[in-house]
Each structure stands twice: as structure tokens, then as C-alpha cells.
Design a protein around this ligand. Structure first.
Ligand code: ADP
Ligand code: MG
Length: 699
């Protein structure tokens, strides 16, 4: 079987055709024969994995049941219509399946007497065991389960069903493909690698993933294909890393007067050991003549910004400019304020470049940048992505790097100049994710907080204790401290949420007439926002009410209370970030989570985690567990690879092996020139190298 055949358009495969091909491509990106072979079952059905309906009990773990549709009906309901289906188990027993959405479609999908497999979590309502919006497959194959086979179930959906792409027809299509073409695929990996990692042969694995004879065989096939998927990502990272090692970067001098003065005279404190180590890493990297690609990881408040400022001054000492990039304009402005304070005593001025600036002002700044009169430019990521010209850009600092993916890094990398890259993140990343997202970077950890910090005390409160919460707040204010009150902002309903924040603001003003209550939200102009923020910073405002715009980077050490309204609506990392706004001095600080009693299971876990720990690592592990890897960073935003079969959070062992294999390979044969690597190289070039590194592209 040739590479050509694998690249063939899937529409020419028997049983597919134009219409199905279009839908398949849209829904799952299946375009070529290869894509088809790698269109993996989402689950398997066999006798051993089915729970008899009679033995159902409430369980958070999903189960699979099989039975016959006994009746279906649309139930009017008080506020919302729903579709209910009664299923009779093969060996007796009945259960209910309920849908609140897509009623029209599901009603069409089932008829009395249909044989169906349902998959979902079981809850008990009244006397009924019930699944809500279960995943399902119609078992039209003649008694497919009686043959003792393991039956693959494929990803589906309405569009797929509409053109007849059901698990059944997909099975047929793939089965025929194997039968007709034999699919004598050649092994991609060199023999040594297959042996070393004890992998199932590629073609055997592909057949077994679709049509396993035994679960053990399926498991081995799965391991092979996961390995393969992760291997190519690691190969790409290994290549990037190698290439980077060959890229020349500006060669900085020893840190000069500006750097020394900043560290020893301007800063009112001594750097922590961890800050010193990170700074030393950066200083060393920037003097080698090779481009630096370093990630600085440290919890909120660990003092990353200070390290970045020292690095930028080091650049300036060496005759280079720096760019400082933040994920949002508000944060850019916030950093601008901070940087001004740091740089002013040195007689330097940073420049801010954001949207909404007057054209003349912008033109002037761009001119100053291009002519090298500006030591430090601050802005959003647009700063480097647009055609902003620097005279001599020596260092690019990217704050909150977790929102900035591999693909975007590659974009910067493609630009002509190769400034040193200093990436900063407050999200402690579990190792498996770090290996995938940042596998091409060097990492410095700031794992030590500035001295005297006390962990923030976190409390969960319901509405009926609001009086108590306000009394506590008053007590803090009387001691001269300040507070944040944060409201959630959901994009789709900005207006509603704004109203929330506005009425909260009015309410607090009424409750605390003798204090100054400020308001800041996303729909204010940047001048208004700046104004409110600086009044808060100067202590003119005592309570700052805001939507989540203050999420990261804001620094007001005298603020010791973070009150979060509707805390159940926030993500865990976001809650942790918000909490990081307090606890920035030697005063005891508090985080109060106001939450409705009615909480989803996930919300409950998030709030409990917040109360349980202030450790950023534990928080992010929990977050990852609750949400799964896909959501953790958001594929689109972060450049997380879009994985078909491997799960980065689960398959850490395979990931480690794949990484070892890929890095060893690149070390021994950097350009994959050896004969035994020819197929591997072709596969890599065909599937990964061209289309933007095979990673989800951003913007
Ligand atoms: P991060 O960016 O990691 O969240 P920042 O750089 O904003 O943290 O620092 C948080 C706060 O801690 C700031 O008020 C900063 O001035 C202060 N800070 C930073 N380093 C130290 C240190 N070594 N000792 C005392 N305070 C520090
Ligand atoms: Mg910061």
C-alpha cells in the first residue's frame, strides 16, 4: 500500500461518495484514506462491558446498557419540554432516557422496538433510573452482540446520521477497505524503535483498533497508536528545539549600571533566592549569542515581573530594546503603571502601545520605537504580531504565557529578528502538559514566595450570611485595609453581568456610606479604568467593585480582602488567580467566596479545592482533572495539539516514552537522513511539518 493511496480523497472509497465525504470532513476532518484509518472508535461494545438494566444503580461513572425501546414521548413539562424514552433491558428491567435539547432529532431517531446501546451516567429520579442526554448507538447489525465480537462504536452526531454515517456503515466502510486493499501498510518506525518500546506493528494496530478480537489486543493497538500520535508531536518539539539552538540571538554584555541600580537601589527589597536563580538563568542565556527561549513559572505574587524588569534593563545596558506583552489591554496598562514606577528612578520611560490611542500619539510612539528611542514598549501580543518595527529588539517578554501557544511562538520565531524570548506564567503546569506545550523550552521555576507572606485564608459563604461577611469587611476597612469585590463576566451576557456589578456597587455604597466604593468594568474607556485603578492603588478608593478585568497582574499590597460574588460561576484557575490579588504583603489576607447553594458537581469541586489549598500546583492538577486536558487551556487559544487518541492527562507513561524516542532520534539523526528513517520522515512531512506544525493554529 503506497503513500499515494493513503493520501487519496476519501470520497473515492467504496461506500463514501461526495456527500458523505463532505460531512465527514466538516465534522471530524476526515479527508483522506489515512484520515479514515485513523478515525478511531470512540468506544467498544462487548458482553463484558455492558451493565444489565436490572443491576443499575446511581453512579458517577458512566455505564453502557443495551435494550429495546419500549416507548417514547414528548413531555410538556412546567418550564421546558423534554423527550423521554423507556428502555427495556435484554434481561428485563426498565430505565428512562431524557433529552431537553434536540427533541426533534431524537424523536425521529427512535422507534418502538429499536435495539439500542446507551452510554451515560445513571441518576435516580423517583423510582426511575435515568440517563440524561446519553450517548447512543442503534444496534441494527443482526444480533451483533451474540457473536462474541467486540463491536466498535464511532463518533457520530446529527449531521453524520443524516447522510447515513452511523457506526454500522462506518464499520462496513472500514471493513471493506481492509478487505479490498489488504492494507499492507509499511511500518513507519525503524525496527530498533519498535523493539525498544515494544510496540505493536503499525498495520496490525490499525486493524486491531477497528476490529479487535480481544480486549488485550485492543489495548496493545491503542498503546501503539497513542505512542505514534505523541511521538510526532515530540518530534516536532525536538526539531524546534534543535533549530532554536542554531538560531543566533543578540549577545548581551554583562549586566551594567541600569540593571545593578535597579536591583540594588530601586527595589525596596532583596530578591528571593528563586528570583535570583531565575534571573541568573536569563542573564546566562542572553550572553551566549544563541537565542533564549525560557519559561519562568511561578505562582501569582511570586515576583516574576521584577525578574522581567531586571532582564529588560540588562537588554538596555547592552544597547537593546525590549517588548513586554500582556494578554489583555487592561493588563498591559497595569504593567505600564508598574513599569513606570520601576523605571522612573532610573530616568527611563516605558511606552504603552494599545488600541484606542489617538493616531498621532500612536504614530509618534511607533516612530520612537523604530528609531530606538524607547527602551521598553508595553502592549498586547499585537505588539510583535503586527508590523511594529523596533530599532534593535533584544528581548520579548510574554506575560501569562499559558494563553500563548506553540503555534504563536512559532510565528514570532518565523519573524526576521530573533529577540530573546522570556515567557512567564502563573499557571503551574502539570509535567505532562508542560512536556507537550513547552517541550521545546528551558524552564526556570520561582518556587518561593517573598518573605513574610501569609497564605490567604479562604472561606465559602452562602447568601444568608452576607450580613456577617459585610461586618467582617467593615472590620478590615476600619483597620485601613482595602478590598476587591469581583463579579463574573460571561461574554454572551455582558449587559446582564454589568448590571450585576453596577447594582452590587450601589448596594455596597449604601452599606458603606463612610467609605469610597469604586467601579471598574470592561465597557469603560481605558482612561476611566486607569483612573479607578490608580485611585484604588493610592488608597482613595477603599472597595473596588469590578468584573473580572482585574484578573491578573494587578498589584495593590494594601488590599487584603477578595470577595468573589457568584463564585460558582468561575473556573478554578480563575478563582486562584483572583485570590492571588491579595496576600501581597505581610498582612493576613482573606478570600471570601459567595456562592449559591445550588451548585453543579463541578462547581462544588472547584469551591472545595479553593478552600482546601492555596498551592497553585494542587489547584492546577485539580482543575485539569475536573475539566480534562482539552478544556484546560482551550485548544484554539493555547495551541494545544488536537489529539485523536492519546490523552495527555492519562497517558503520561506513553508520553515520556514517546518523548525519549523522539529526542533520541533527533539527536542521532537530526535531519532524518538515514535510510531507515526515510518513511518516518515522509510521514512527518506529509502530516505535520507543512500544516503549521500540525498544531491548532491561532487567529
Ligand atoms: P507576579 O508577577 O509573579 O504575580 P509580581 O512581580 O507582581 O508577582 O510581584 C508581586 C508583589 O511582590 C509585588 O508587590 C512586588 O513588588 C512584590 N515582590 C516581588 N519580589 C519581592 C521580594 N523579593 N520581596 C518582597 N516583595 C517582593
Ligand atoms: Mg504578574
Amino acid at each position: 500500500m503506497s503513500e499515494d493511496f493513503l493520501q487519496k480523497d476519501v470520497r473515492y472509497v467504496k461506500g463514501v461518495g461526495e456527500k458523505r465525504a463532505d460531512v465527514w470532513a466538516d465534522a471530524y476532518g476526515v479527508r483522506t484514506v489515512r484520515d479514515l484509518l485513523h478515525f478511531y472508535p470512540r468506544r467498544y461494545l462487548d458482553r463484558s462491558t455492558i451493565t444489565p438494566v436490572r443491576q443499575l444503580r446511581e453512579d458517577p461513572e458512566p455505564v453502557t446498557v443495551v435494550g429495546t425501546v419500549q416507548s417514547t414521548q414528548i413531555v410538556p413539562g412546567k418550564s421546558q419540554k423534554r423527550f423521554e424514552l423507556i428502555l427495556e433491558g435484554e434481561q428485563g428491567g426498565r430505565m428512562k432516557c431524557t433529552w431537553f435539547q434536540g427533541l426533534w432529532w431524537v424523536r425521529k431517531a427512535f422507534e418502538t422496538g429499536d435495539q439500542v446501546a446507551f452510554h451515560g451516567t445513571v441518576e435516580k429520579y423517583g423510582r426511575w433510573f435515568s440517563m440524561t442526554h446519553p450517548d447512543f448507538d442503534r444496534l441494527e447489525d443482526d444480533a451483533i452482540l451474540d457473536t462474541g465480537r467486540i463491536v466498535p462504536l464511532y463518533p457520530g452526531g446529527e449531521a453524520m446520521e443524516n447522510v447515513g454515517l452511523t457506526s454500522r456503515s462506518i464499520r462496513r466502510i472500514i471493513y471493506d477497505l481492509f478487505k479490498e486493499h489488504g492494507l499492507k501498510l509499511q511500518e513507519t518506525f525503524p525496527e530498533r524503535l519498535v523493539e525498544r518500546f515494544d510496540l505493536m506493528e503499525g498495520r496490525v494496530a490499525l486493524r486491531a483498533i477497528h476490529f479487535p478480537k480481544r480486549q488485550a489486543e485492543r489495548a496493545r493497538a491503542e498503546r501503539r497508536l497513542k505512542f505514534e500520535e505523541l511521538f510526532f508531536i515530540q518530534l516536532m518539539l525536538a526539531q524546534m528545539r534543535r533549530q532554536q539552538e542554531e538560531v543566533a540571538g543578540p549577545e548581551f554584555d554583562d549586566p551594567g549600571d541600569y540593571t545593578q541600580k535597579f536591583v540594588h537601589e530601586v527595589l525596596p527589597f532583596e530578591l528571593t533566592g528563586a528570583q535570583k536563580r531565575a534571573l541568573r538563568d536569563v542573564t546566562d542565556d542572553t550572553q551566549t549569542g544563541v537565542q533564549m527561549n525560557r519559561l519562568v513559572q511561578g505562582d501569582v505574587g511570586s515576583g516574576k515581573t521584577v525578574v522581567a524588569v531586571a532582564a529588560m534593563l540588562h537588554a538596555y545596558d547592552s544597547g537593546y530594546q525590549s517588548a513586554f506583552m500582556a494578554p489583555t489591554e487592561l493588563l498591559a496598562e497595569q504593567h505600564y503603571q508598574n513599569l513606570m514606577e520601576y523605571l522612573r528612578p532610573l530616568g527611563l520611560m516605558p511606552h504603552l502601545l494599545v488600541g484606542g490611542q489617538a493616531k498621532s500619539e500612536r504614530t509618534a510612539i511607533l516612530k520612537d520605537l523604530a528609531e530606538g528611542r524607547v527602551p521598553v514598549a508595553i502592549g498586547t501580543h499585537a505588539l510583535i504580531q503586527e508590523e511594529v518595527a523596533f530599532d534593535e529588539l533584544g528581548l520579548a517578554v510574554v506575560d501569562e504565557q499559558h494563553r500563548f501557544g506553540v503555534a504563536q511562538r512559532a510565528e514570532i520565531f518565523e519573524k526576521g529578528t530573533q529577540p530573546h524570548m522570556l515567557l512567564m506564567t502563573a499557571t503551574p503546569i502539570p509535567r505532562s502538559l508542560a512536556m507537550t506545550l513547552y517541550g521545546d523550552l528551558d524552564v526556570s521555576k520561582i518556587d518561593e514566595m517573598p518573605p513574610g507572606r501569609k497564605p490567604v485564608e479562604t472561606r465559602l459563604r452562602a447568601e444568608k450570611r452576607r450580613g456577617e461577611v459585610y461586618a467582617f469587611l467593615r472590620d478590615r476597612l476600619e483597620q485601613g485595609q482595602q478590598a476587591y469585590v469581583v463579579y463574573p463576566l460571561v461574554e454572551e451576557s455582558e449587559k446582564v453581568d454589568l448590571k450585576d456589578a453596577e447594582s452590587g456597587h450601589a448596594d455596597l455604597q449604601a452599606q458603606f456610606p463612610d467609605y469610597n466604593v469604586g467601579l471598574v468594568h470592561g465597557q469603560m474607556s481605558s482612561d476611566q479604568k486607569d483612573n479607578a485603578m490608580s485611585q484604588f492603588k493610592d488608597g482613595v478608593i477603599d472597595i473596588l467593585v469590578s468584573t473580572t478585568v482585574i484578573e491578573v497582574g494587578v498589584d495593590v499590597p494594601n488590599a487584603t480582602v477578595m470577595l468573589i460574588e457568584h463564585a460558582e460561576r468561575f473556573g478554578l484557575s480563575q478563582l486562584h488567580q483572583l485570590r492571588g490579588r491579595v496576600g501581597r504583603s505581610d498582612q493576613q489576607s482573606y478570600c471570601i467566596l459567595m456562592a449559591a447553594y445550588k451548585r453543579s458537581n463541578e462547581a462544588k469541586q472547584r469551591l472545595e479545592a479553593m478552600v482546601r489549598t492555596t498551592d497553585g500546583f494542587e489547584i492546577s492538577e485539580t482543575d485539569l482533572r475536573i475539566r480534562g486536558a482539552g478544556d484546560f487551556f482551550g485548544t484554539r487559544q493555547s495551541g494545544m495539539p488536537d489529539l485523536k487518541i492519546a490523552d495527555i492527562t492519562q497517558d503520561t507513561d506513553i508520553l515520556e516514552e514517546a518523548r525519549t524516542a523522539a529526542f533520541d532520534l533527533v539527536e542521532s539523526d537530526p535531519h532524518l537522513r538515514a535510510d531507515e528513517h526515510a518513511r518516518l520522515r515522509r510521514r512527518y512531512e506529509a502530516s505535520y511539518a507543512e500544516e503549521g506544525l500540525g498544531f491548532a493554529r491561532v487567529g
